[in-house]
Design a protein around this ligand. Structure first.
Ligand code: BGC
Length: 479
């Protein structure tokens, strides 16, 4: 087969009608975004290595993937019941929820509060005062002022936990940078803000990561669920590990011989191990982010960065006269302006006339957009999202191979996975190749952050009540 044939086959994989002006020039620019199975295998091997180092007490310090113990030992058994408050902080929105559990029945009432940019980048005190104010407004509206409800907090940032309700933030991610929180216990900061107000009767019993929420919420109905992943603004995974392997956990509480591990896989590659697949576009995204050099794996795959990778690739093609007849615009030259939701829209578009794609570029003030331009844009989006989906599969496959269970349900949540038209199918396809012999399915987690936090708080509350009944003096308050 000639080189031209191979190239043609490559192009046809995406769109049989695509005829770029200068195929070779386009190929040269985009080729680095197209990875091989060998690349994905190398990624998996290196991820496995870093995960093992993260688990080990002697190696954790220098391991980029931190594999944090969560102190969540058991998945729910479906008998949990009661009313719980849940908080969900992890993106631009903050939610307060009232969750009612009754066996398999779950009722949720929630309210969304916006976290303005000046709070995301302001002081920690300001952030937690804002959170306490939102809790107050919610509790008041729901006539819960007179009751003391157990509270679970889904806090979706990397935390070194020392127990279910002690979580030190190690580093902010996803556009947050509040001063005075890194290195501090976020439960203590929340309780301090509550005490400052003096009008709230709330105690936080458990902090969980959103991956843990997703896993717990799916495990509530599917006992095979043992992995939880988030593909949204950020990305991360958790899974069930044998307790004997969790060298970093403190204490020796009785319970099942397992613990959920919050891998914080987003930091994979922070030691340079993903440099071999890093393109110029990725380097620019990282350089201009507020956490340069950090969360390198997350920057390949998550919603916060994918649109920007596409924008940079489109701009490069345009500047080389290969797209839009070379015509640019202020918007297309603006960092962060090509949103990840556009990638999903372009890839969902009708390929006869590209109405959505044309609408997007009209908004971005590109005057002349031909069908060929639309095809090329679609091709770029497909390349970037395919790479993201396959890299996510490499992560999932690495965990599945490591767990060695014959059959696993993987709980998934996150806007990227939910709204991208092909992410699920791409992940199914590649995970099959990278984790042969394992039966798996991806299960969309329905509101894991609320339900999961309530489930963990329910278990924590039950344990506290049991300890209290046994007269353990160290027990704080089961609510
Ligand atoms: C955070 C994780 C979180 C993930 C998905 C990452 O940036 O570090 O803790 O689970 O985003 O929300």
């Amino acid at each position: 087969m000639s080189v031209a044939d191979v190239q043609n086959r490559q192009w046809r994989k995406f769109d049989p009608y695509i005829v770029p002006v200068d195929k070779n020039a386009v190929e040269n620019i985009l080729r680095p975004l197209d990875l091989s199975d060998d690349d994905y295998h190398t990624v998996m091997q290196s991820m496995l290595d870093q995960m093992e180092r993260g688990l080990g007490a002697a190696t954790n310090d220098t391991a980029p993937i931190k594999m944090y113990p969560t102190y969540v030992r058991a998945v729910p058994d479906g008998t949990e019941s009661g009313e719980f408050l849940a908080l969900d902080l992890g993106g631009t929105n903050f939610r307060v929820l009232l969750v009612t559990l009754k066996g398999q029945e779950v009722k949720m009432d929630s309210k969304i509060f916006l976290i303005p940019q000046h709070i995301m980048l302001g002081s920690g005190k300001h952030l937690f005062d804002h959170i306490a104010e939102c809790i107050y407004r919610f509790v008041k509206e729901h006539n819960l002022m007179e009751r003391k409800l157990p509270l679970g907090f889904t806090f979706s940032f990397p935390c070194r936990q020392k127990g279910l309700a002690r979580a030190m933030l190690t580093t902010w991610t996803k556009g947050f940078k509040c001063e005075g929180v890194e290195g501090h216990d976020i439960v203590a900061l929340l309780h301090e803000a509550i005490t400052r107000r003096g009008d709230l009767n709330v105690e936080c019993l458990a902090v969980i990561n959103d991956t843990v929420g997703a896993l717990m919420s799916c495990a509530h109905t599917d006992r095979k669920c043992a992995v939880g992943i988030i593909l949204g603004t950020g990305s991360n995974a958790c899974y069930i590990e044998k307790l004997e392997k969790v060298e970093m956990a403190e204490g020796n509480e009785p319970g099942p011989p397992e613990m959920l591990i919050n891998t914080e896989w987003g930091a994979f590659g922070d030691d340079g191990s993903l440099d071999f697949i890093t393109t110029d576009f990725d380097r620019q995204v990282d350089k201009h982010s507020i956490n340069a050099g950090k969360q390198r794996y997350e920057k390949f795959i998550s919603g916060m960065y994918m649109g920007e990778i596409v924008r940079l690739a489109l701009e490069k093609l345009r500047k080389n006269g290969l797209l839009f007849g070379g015509e640019g615009s202020y918007h297309m030259a603006t960092r962060g302006r090509f949103y990840t939701k556009y990638v999903s829209e372009v890839e969902s578009d009708d390929t006869d006339s590209f109405p959505m794609t044309k609408q997007i570029f009209q908004e971005l003030e590109i005057e002349t957009v031909t069908d060929q331009d639309c095809r090329l844009v679609r091709h770029v989006c497909a390349l970037v999202s395919r790479r993201a989906a396959f890299l996510s599969s490499a992560g999932v496959a690495c965990i599945l191979n490591k767990m060695k269970r014959p059959e696993v349900t993987v709980a998934v949540d996150g806007s990227l996975y939910r709204f991208h038209p092909h992410f699920h199918d791409l992940m199914m396809e590649k995970t099959r190749v990278l984790a042969p012999g394992i039966r798996y399915k991806f299960m969309l987690s329905e509101d894991g952050s609320g339900k999961g936090a309530a489930l963990v708080a329910a278990v924590a509350n039950r344990i506290l009540a049991e300890q209290k009944a046994k007269g353990n003096p160290e027990t704080s308050s089961a609510v």
